[in-house]
Design a protein around this ligand. Structure first.
Ligand code: ACO
Length: 363
């Protein structure tokens, strides 16, 4: 596997600009484990036709979604996160005890507190290591990967477990056709490993951003300190997410292109260099529009929104894992993961795929 000196230089410069250590002390960081967990139950468009005034034709044409997975009532976000975590650690081939940092990106934590990451930590039997949740909506996994990457690159940790997990079905109003058809449940986990200086780098660059002025475009109105749960909030259905779909759509198309271009430029690349684009899976029309703007052929873009819908923080990880299962992640491939979501937030991670064990041939 080769990586250009220019790319390394740009990456080191970017990390240095972000205030993490000196370039000379930078450790390369790569993905060594990947695992997912999705509930077995499928909610199809035909099922939704029985629940709200919608049609399979409308949903497929406007969103590309055909079915999504829904967690059983007794299953919470931490359960999916834990299952994905175990799969990722097994995939990395290391003992659980080697993990020394745990981040869970989620907007549907089991509780407001304690953090879902602490519940996962207890489930793994890993007391002592730092564990925290990160709230950045569907950009959550990119944000968490960025944070873990910087911690590892600076030498503070050796193996980080980064999880994106959400059970959005718990905050979707299944009587509102505008949102009921869009979301599903799932979890994806990655193990990041700190290598020694001089070794090949996996993660090359990141690009994160937020614009809080768009906070009301996608919001869970009640249940926090602004509007605690009350009879009135329940009666007003304010414990279900609200979204201005059209505005989020416009933002999404623009930012998917822009953030992807930015992360590529940070490492000295352009869209034509990308082997695989793994965008947040919210709507096939958003993905298609971004793909065209980036000038990428369809075979370089991962799409699984048809089978999982929008799984929020899990989305990019689920898509990456599926690409690997299907043998689309050859060693050395240049891969961009790009998310956007509530906040508004956006985030991209650029990496060279370095893992080879368990890659491809599983399906
Ligand atoms: N079935 C049938 N008709 C519907 C449905 C439905 N499920 N939903 C909406 N409609 C109707 C509307 O009522 C409207 O009817 P009207 O013209 O009579 O008023 C018509 O369809 C068109 O509605 P629009 O909202 O204009 O439809 P649009 O083409 O914009 O598609 C959608 C809506 C799918 C929500 C789209 O705007 C979208 O995907 N937006 C982005 C959403 C997104 O990415 N969210 C994730 C953010 S990530 C995170 O952090 C969780």
């Amino acid at each position: 596997m080769t990586i250009t000196t220019q790319a390394l230089f740009e990456t080191e410069a970017a990390v240095a600009r972000n205030g993490v250590g000196k370039p000379g002390l930078l450790h390369p960081v790569r993905v060594t484990g990947l695992g997912v967990a999705v509930p077995p139950a499928r909610l199809t468009n035909a099922d939704l036709e029985q629940m709200v005034d919608t049609s399979d034709e409308w949903i497929v044409t406007r969103t590309g979604i055909r079915e999504r997975r829904i967690a059983a009532p007794e299953v919470a976000t931490s359960d999916l996160a834990l299952a994905a975590a175990r799969a990722a650690i097994a995939d990395a081939g290391i003992p659980v005890s080697e993990i020394d940092l745990l981040i869970v990106a989620t907007i549907t934590p089991d509780h407001l507190f304690p953090a879902t990451a602490c519940l996962v930590q207890a489930g793994l039997g890993l007391p002592g290591i730092p564990a925290f949740d990160l709230s950045a909506g569907c950009s959550g996994l990119a944000y968490a990967l960025d944070q873990a990457w910087h911690g590892l690159a600076a030498g503070a940790y050796r193996n980080a477990l980064v999880i994106g997990a959400d059970t959005l079905s718990r905050i979707v109003d299944f009587s509102d056709r505008r949102t009921a058809v869009l979301f599903g449940d799932g979890a994806a986990a990655l193990v990041l490993h700190r290598g020694e200086p001089g070794e090949d780098a996996g993660i090359l660059a990141s690009h994160l951003g937020a614009d809080g002025r768009g906070g009301s475009l996608l919001i869970l109105p009640a249940g926090g300190s602004r509007k605690p749960a009350s009879h009135a909030t329940v009666a007003a259905r304010e414990h279900f997410l609200r979204m201005n779909g059209q505005e989020v759509f416009k933002f999404a198309v623009r930012i998917l292109e822009e953030s992807t271009r930015q992360v590529l430029a940070k490492a000295g690349y352009s869209p034509a260099d990308l082997d695989l684009f793994v965008p947040h899976q919210a709507n096939i029309r958003i993905i298609e529009a971004a793909r065209e703007r980036l000038g990428l052929p369809p075979e370089r873009v991962v799409v699984n929104v048809d089978r999982f819908g929008n799984t929020s923080a899990a989305s990019i990880g689920l898509a990456l894992a599926e690409a690997r299962e299907r043998g689309r992640l050859r060693p050395g491939a240049l891969v961009a993961l790009t998310g956007f979501g509530t906040g508004l937030t956006w985030g991209s991670i650029l990496l060279r795929w370095t893992k080879t064990e368990n890659d491809g041939g599983q399906k």
